[in-house]
Design a protein around this ligand. Structure first.
Ligand code: HEC
Ligand code: HEC
Length: 438
């Protein structure tokens, strides 16, 4: 189910100049993660170990022998092992690419590289392959429930735009074997790479048992479990945006942000919360800004980027229909509703990165409820909105609820969406503003 989709993903970029290698700024990462994560592969010192053993009986569900065995490991726990793996370029064929290349912690764990395909698609380890879907942020991904079809027939949850991985561990098994991403030939070759590192050899044994290396499937499963454990870490979901601070009484919204908030959650003026609200109350903490339902909102083909990379412009991405569990064509062209957390710093937007600017996205929704000529134009191209990639499954009933939005309301909704930026990424908002003005 997590098998790569090379047939329609395989695009070769003609005469791509050699790309600069991504550089991971560990010091930045460490400061981002301050207090929550230590650097990978650092053993606990002896006195700390003794202290933990002394208090072992107070730690619920953790026995002395468990702590002792983990302490043989260079990694304190599964998440710390997962952290090392997440940043490890040895999981890719040419050793150039880690998960973090496309899910960079300095940018909400999404792909920060904008020099290829305007940031819409990700360049693979071979330096020439491009995918055909925008890399979503791995931040807040852990809240997506396992993929399932609800009683009312609506598909919900899973990982990837089409939910084809049921959870984070299954997801993590995909990219290393995907020929256009990390490009390793098979599980055995990845396991051989891991075994080059003594810390992994010892760490896997301590965390998963002595026979973990005895077969490739078992070791690969352990690797994906460890990566998923790292993605559970608090730094992936700090809930410390202006919006969260507002809920806790620590931040006062500007009048414009407050207007945007009211519009966003209103039943009458907009439809946003029909799909982008998880909790039942608009002031509940821990809102992820998606109910994880799949919908087709009529996103146009990304013609400009496909033109640039030589991909067949007429190719249609089937969305949810690519999920192995789905055969019913009425699910064609639907995508998992993305979280709107950090959305102001994680453009370009939609499954195919077709819109560069957040304001364009809000104007796009407005086309469903405003018949005015000006709202039938994409401000980024100056032309009418492109034809939806798949027309017949659009969730029109939901999209056509609500009023036409005037400029003041559009700006307010954009201002509100900016308040969903995690505290550590707030400086990026200023950078984006500056580049827009230039
Ligand atoms: C070459 C870039 C690239 C690499 C390397 C990569 N990813 Fe991704 N990732 C993507 C793209 C593109 C998608 C969306 C693909 C789709 O939906 O079909 C994605 C989707 C995801 C998602 C799903 C998020 C969601 O909201 O559905 C998670 C989680 C994730 N990746 C984590 C990882 C992990 C862990 C690794 C390393 C094992 C990794 N990625 C390696 C590009 C990459
Ligand atoms: C019918 C459900 C639905 C409604 C209503 C809806 N959305 Fe969405 N939204 C989605 C889906 C699904 C996507 C992804 C579509 C795709 O990529 O093809 C999306 C994408 C987005 C994105 C881009 C996120 C990203 O990371 O690429 C933004 C921003 C957004 N919606 C904001 C809003 C706002 C603001 C409103 C109200 C004006 C709204 N949405 C109404 C389902 C919905």
């Amino acid at each position: 189910m997590t098998e790569p989709r090379p047939e329609h993903d395989q695009i070769k970029v003609i005469s791509m100049p050699h790309m600069p290698r991504p550089v991971f700024v560990f010091s930045l990462f460490a400061s981002i993660a301050a207090g929550t994560a230590s650097l990978p592969a650092m053993a606990e010192d002896a006195s700390a170990l003794l202290q933990r053993l002394a208090h072992a009986d107070e730690q619920q569900g953790v026995s002395v022998s468990e702590i002792a065995s983990v302490s043989q490991s260079p990694f304190a726990d599964m998440a710390e092992l997962g952290e090392a793996l997440f940043f490890d370029t040895n999981l890719s064929a040419n050793r150039t690419m880690a998960c973090a290349t496309c899910h960079d912690p300095s940018m909400a764990f999404k792909d920060p590289r904008v020099d290829v395909a305007s940031g819409a698609f990700s360049l693979g380890d071979d330096g020439k392959s491009l995918g055909d879907r925008n890399a979503p942020m791995a931040a807040y991904a852990k809240f997506s429930p396992p993929f399932h079809i609800r009683e009312d027939g609506v598909a919900v949850g899973g990982q990837f735009w089409d939910g084809r991985a049921k959870d984070l561990a299954e997801q993590a098994g995909g990219p290393p074997l995907n020929p256009i991403e990390m490009g390793m030939p098979d599980k055995a070759s990845i396991i051989a790479r891991l075994r080059e590192d003594e810390d992994y050899v010892a760490g896997f044994k301590a965390l998963f048992g002595d026979d973990v290396w005895s077969d490739a499937d078992q070791a690969y499963g352990a690797m994906t479990q460890a990566i998923a454990a790292f993605e559970q870490d608090e730094q992936f979901a700090p809930f410390d945006s202006k919006y969260d601070r507002f809920l806790r009484g620590e931040y006062k919204m500007t009048p414009q942000e407050e207007l945007g908030r009211v519009l966003f959650f209103s039943q009458q003026f907009t439809n946003c919360n029909t799909c982008h609200m998880l909790k039942t109350s608009p002031t509940a903490e821990g809102e992820t800004f998606t109910n994880y339902e799949f919908h087709n909102i009529g996103v146009p083909r990304n013609v400009a980027t496909r033109n640039a990379n030589g991909k067949d412009v007429a190719f249609t991405d089937n969305g949810l229909l690519d999920n192995a569990e789905i055969e019913d064509p009425s699910y064609r062209g639907k995508y998992k509703t993305p979280s709107l957390r950090n959305v102001a710093v994680t453009g370009p937007y939609m499954h195919n990165g077709v819109f560069a600017d957040l304001e364009t996205v809000v104007r796009f929704y407005n086309k469903y409820n405003s018949k005015a000529e000006v709202n039938q134009t994409n401000p980024e191209t100056g032309k009418p909105w492109g034809e939806p990639e798949v027309v017949e499954t659009i969730s029109r009933d939901k999209l056509e609820q609500g009023d036409a939005l005037d400029d003041k309301r559009i700006d307010a909704i954009v201002a509100f969406l900016k308040t969903l930026t995690d505290a550590r990424y707030e400086p990026l908002l200023a950078t984006q503003q500056a580049s827009k003005e230039n």
